[in-house]
Write a protein that binds this ligand. Structure first.
Ligand SMILES: Cc1ncc(COP(=O)(O)O)c(C=O)c1O
Length: 391
């Protein structure tokens, strides 16, 4: 009998040796052996089986990080998962592993703004050029391909504007041209979308968000297929970008309830979306409206939706938009998302990055909501009272 992933998450990582339902936190710089012979034996095993969890020094991880990697590998249905100290560390590791001076990257225009800074500005100094494609017009992606293109970097949906893309088509364009692919899958997590199964070579999740679920830890994961495993493994070794055991433990603890929390985020977000969709000043940036391209692309690839959404607000009165956001009582104002709590942000232009294809009119404003696990009736009542200020 093979259990579903929901059951696996509850039953995995038990520690029968210490009789604890949770795994121990093994903190170590020095890993101690009975003899030099034992050290060499472990090193031989690590050489033969590089994903096997054989450690001779703490920077390689301990059993605590390895347990998390094994759980995530199963969730991702990937060849292996590397864990990093932040989600952005996983973005960096993916790109650094497969690009070299002279190469080119093509990235989705609405990538997370630090990803844009990394590719467009920082990597330029290393003679790695990045061009950006329109997520809703893949001809712009095809046109950007040159002999030097090494990597297509996707983020789905697009950061802040929540553009859903035709992922299958992107993969087939990449395969036809022998280009590697990476996707930032933080919004959906592999609970709702399994990029490696779909054909991506690398898939990134900021574990800071839904994996942890409690806004008290930073971490990242990079799932890979067999093709890129050695390249990423080498880059991981060189950069030392590895998650510490305490953070790994907290993320493993959060994962126990990933399915329960995400199901509830989805239900709550759907109710809030239903309410917001009736407001004529607001265009919902969330897979809700059935006849939209975004909805069709979401439906084609995802088995669910998370709690992060955008509101494109049409108003000539920016102060009334600010007042609407500032009048929310149950929503905290702060960065990150994916925790149990609801959050709101009025997005400044710099937070959407220097995009080529984002055309916000002067009277259009972006607001981001993370819909938490509170009672949705309370959240809707709160939004309703705040909306009185929107002119
Ligand atoms: C889509 C996306 N990817 C990556 C990151 C970076 O993750 P972290 O904050 O864990 O470094 C974030 C953070 O907000 C994000 O929203």
């Amino acid at each position: 009998m093979s259990n579903s992933f929901k059951t696996f998450l509850k039953h995995t990582a038990k520690d029968f040796h210490n009789q604890s339902v949770n795994p121990p936190v093994v903190r170590a710089s020095t890993i101690i052996f009975k003899s030099m012979k034992h050290i060499r034996k472990t090193q031989d095993k690590a050489k033969k089986n590089p994903i096997g969890g054989h450690f001779d020094y703490g920077r390689q991880g301990t059993s605590t990080t390895y347990i998390l990697q094994k759980i995530l590998t199963k969730l991702e249905e990937s060849y292996h998962v590397f864990t990093t100290p932040t989600g952005f560390g996983a973005v960096f590791l993916a790109i650094f592993s497969v690009t070299r001076p002279g190469d080119e990257i093509i990235a989705a225009d609405p990538v997370y703004s630090p990803t844009r800074l990394l590719t467009e500005n920082f990597l330029k100094e290393f003679n790695i050029k990045t061009t950006f494609y329109n997520p809703h017009d893949l001809k712009t992606l095809e046109k950007a391909i040159t002999k030097k293109t090494k990597l297509i970097f996707v983020e789905n949906p697009g950061s802040n504007t929540f553009d859903f893309q035709d992922l299958g088509k992107i993969i087939s364009i990449a395969k036809k041209n022998k280009i590697l692919t990476a996707i930032d899958n933080t919004w959906g997590t592999p609970y709702y979308l399994k990029p490696i199964k779909l054909g991506f070579d690398m898939s990134i999740v900021s574990a800071t968000k839904y994996y942890s679920g409690h806004s008290d830890v930073m971490g990242g994961s990079l799932a890979v297929n067999k093709k890129v495993f050695n390249q990423v493994k080498n880059a991981e070794r060189i950069t030392g970008l590895r998650l510490g055991p305490d953070d790994a433990y907290l993320i493993t603890r959060g994962l126990r309830t990933l399915d329960v929390r995400l199901d509830r985020h989805r239900e709550n977000a759907k109710k809030v979306a239903e309410f917001l969709s009736k407001n004529k000043k607001i265009k919902l940036l969330y897979p809700y409206k059935k006849d939209s391209y975004n909805f069709r692309m979401w439906k084609k690839y995802y088995s669910g939706a998370s709690g992060l959404m955008g509101l494109k607000i049409k108003s000539k009165n920016i102060n009334s938009v600010r007042k609407f956001v500032n009048s929310l009582k149950l929503f905290g104002y702060g960065y990150s998302w994916g925790g149990f709590e609801s959050l709101a942000l009025h997005q400044e232009f710099r937070e959407t990055g220097a995009r080529k294809y984002l055309k916000l009119a002067k009277d259009e404003h972006l607001v981001r909501f993370h819909i938490g696990l509170e009672d949705p009736k309370d959240l809707i009542a709160d939004i309703k009272q705040a909306l009185r200020h929107l002119k």
